[in-house]
Write a protein that binds this ligand. Structure first.
Ligand SMILES: [Zn+2]
Length: 416
């Protein structure tokens, strides 16, 4: 293979992944428009036509904007690689004559800062135009700016030392560097997962322990019934940024937390909250979290083994617009180019995720009343303006959760 083969191959996959995503987005919009006039039969007595049409318009607006973002990011990727952007950035930073490890840190940090800056107009538009128009936005410009600074500060404080360590391992001549990098990366991810709920999340939101006696009682009964221990149930002030509601699990080991958005608590009955929590417990009890961590570990090991082979093939760098090969450029190119190829495996990951959602729903149906989860889901679909009529192909490609009608039919099935 030559540099030219790599270049043509990359152009082919970049265009193919772009066209595929564009085509799916267009199908999605068309399908939603075709079903906009009427609420699907199964929901006719639960959701108003007005709410159904709002969900359609909201989904289409986001979908259209997503296409614009996709176009921009694909063009940007071409500029960084084939357009010589990375090579140019590297040359500028090499001029400072730092050691290869520090030059690598400087290139990667500059690249993420530049990408972050270019992303600001998109984030602004999403929050202050789209979310605002549909009444979901609660962010102020001041909060937007302060969030951005906090995120950047955290990235720099945690990212720089870790990155320097990884590049130092890569720079080492050991043939097993990729195994060391994998071990460090895995340990770091676990540490971050463990630290996140107690140290990082509170920088952005306030978490207050759930106090309401009746609900608290209901929840601790459920936890006991399912044999689950955690560091407690917390309410997060999600309403300060958005009126979208959610519930999630965070941390692991002894540092597990259950988090409810305040917006969710305000819109659901106690029985429904219990059912939503039972679903989240289902993910834990069916070992979905362990499975996810294991597959993440396996994929990153395979990725690093591949990188270890690619790192010595100078024609690959050249084919991707980098004329001065280095270990940090190999890492950057790998991170930038992999998504263009991995997008084709998306349906497989989405399928596995949806399988887990069904299992968690089954767990909830076994441990609480499935009817409560159904009414909770209908309320959440309505309040979050999730469309009830996604394009089936689009949905099977991207959706981590089954579409509303399928999910509710499944719940109604396990209930009886
Ligand atoms: Zn779930």
């Amino acid at each position: 293979m030559t540099a030219l083969d790599i270049q043509y191959g990359f152009i082919f996959f970049l265009i193919a992944s772009y066209i595929l995503q564009l085509w799916l987005a267009q199908r999605h919009t068309k399908h939603i428009l075709n079903h906009r006039a009427e609420v699907p039969e199964a929901f006719a007595d639960k959701i108003s036509l007005e709410a159904h049409q709002k969900a359609a318009d909201y989904t289409i607006a986001r979908n259209k904007f997503g296409t614009l973002e996709l176009t921009f990011s694909s063009a940007l990727l071409a500029i960084w690689t084939l357009g010589g952007g990375l090579q140019f950035l590297d040359e500028q930073l090499r001029a400072f004559n730092l050691s290869p490890v520090y030059t690598g840190v400087a290139v990667i940090i500059s690249l993420s800062l530049i990408s972050g800056l270019l992303d600001i107009p998109f984030s602004l538009y999403k929050a202050f135009v789209i979310e605002e128009k549909f009444g979901f936005n609660r962010l102020t410009l001041k909060m937007f700016i302060s969030d951005m600074f906090k995120q950047t500060a955290i990235m720099l404080i945690i990212g720089i030392p870790f990155l320097a360590f990884i590049l130092w391992l890569m720079d080492d001549a050991s043939p097993y560097w990729w195994l060391y990098v994998w071990g460090s990366w895995f340990g770091f991810s676990m540490l971050m997962m463990w630290l996140y709920p107690t140290f990082i999340a509170p920088i952005f939101n306030k978490f207050t322990p759930l106090e309401e006696p009746e609900l608290k009682n209901k929840i601790s009964n459920l936890l006991q019934r399912c044999g689950f221990t955690s560091k407690g149930v917390f309410i997060m002030d999600g309403s300060k940024r958005s009126s979208h509601g959610n519930a999630y699990f965070t941390g692991f080991g002894s540092n597990k937390r259950i988090v409810f958005f305040d917006t969710l608590l305000n819109s659901l009955q106690h029985d429904e909250i219990e059912a939503v929590l039972a679903h989240e417990l289902g993910h834990f009890k069916r070992n979905h979290i362990k499975k996810r961590i294991a597959s993440m570990a396996a994929m990153s090991l395979a990725g690093l083994a591949l990188l270890a082979w690619l790192i010595d093939q100078s024609f690959i760098y050249e084919g991707l617009g980098v004329t001065t090969p280095s270990f940090y450029m190999a890492l950057i190119l790998f991170m930038l180019v992999t998504p263009v190829l991995s997008i084709f495996f998306n349906p497989v990951f989405s399928l596995l995720s949806r399988k887990h959602e069904f299992e968690a729903d089954e767990f909830a149906a076994q441990n609480t009343d499935a009817n409560n989860l159904i009414t909770a889901l209908v309320k959440l679909y309505e309040e979050n303006s999730n469309t009830l009529t996604p394009d089936p192909l689009y949905s099977s490609f991207y959706d981590s959760h089954p579409p509303a009608p399928v999910r509710i039919a499944h719940l109604a099935n396990v209930r009886s």
